[in-house]
Design a protein around this ligand. Sequence first.
Ligand code: SF4
Length: 195
Amino acid sequence: MHNKPDLVLHICCAPDEAWVVHSLYHQYSLHCFFCNPNISPISEYELRLSEAKKTADIYGVPFYADTYEPSAWEDAIAPYIDTPEGGLRCSQCFLLRLRRTASFCQKNGFKNFTTVMSVSPHKKISMLNEAGHLAASEYGCIYESFDFKKKNGFLYSIELSKKLGLYRQDYCGCRLSKIERENRRKPVSNSLSKT
Ligand code: SF4
């Protein structure tokens, strides 16, 4: 009998999780690890957690959740708090979550992991790969570099999450990205548009 290799998936949200699990569960023995100290407020964290658990249950994949420790995220990004989404703040946020995932792998006897975050076109693949490989090297694991947005992965993830009735968030996750989202929605003031 063919034994599928283990692969731990770092999970950020249910829509990304659904597409990746849907794509890989025939090839790998998957283990979902929800690790997101970045998400704020706690009500949003709990909603994303419960949707991610629901998604793993749909596919019959084991699901684990890290302890929610927002202070770890605050400490990690503190030197970069003034950088915009997509900059150094995000690279530290990725590194924090992938380090914790690598630590989970080490403690539980898993070797290989990846993240579902690459479904999003807003996440730079070079930044994710750099964080993943560094985290893996620190914990004696292997980071598998996938780019799940390729071959229309992002569009398929939207379709699949609609089909499964999953909650789709409209901001990345942290309190700063929530403010940035609100600012983008504000109409440009008349005084600015006159110049
Ligand atoms: S915008 Fe997203 S990736 Fe960047 S720091 Fe906030 S939660 Fe993390």
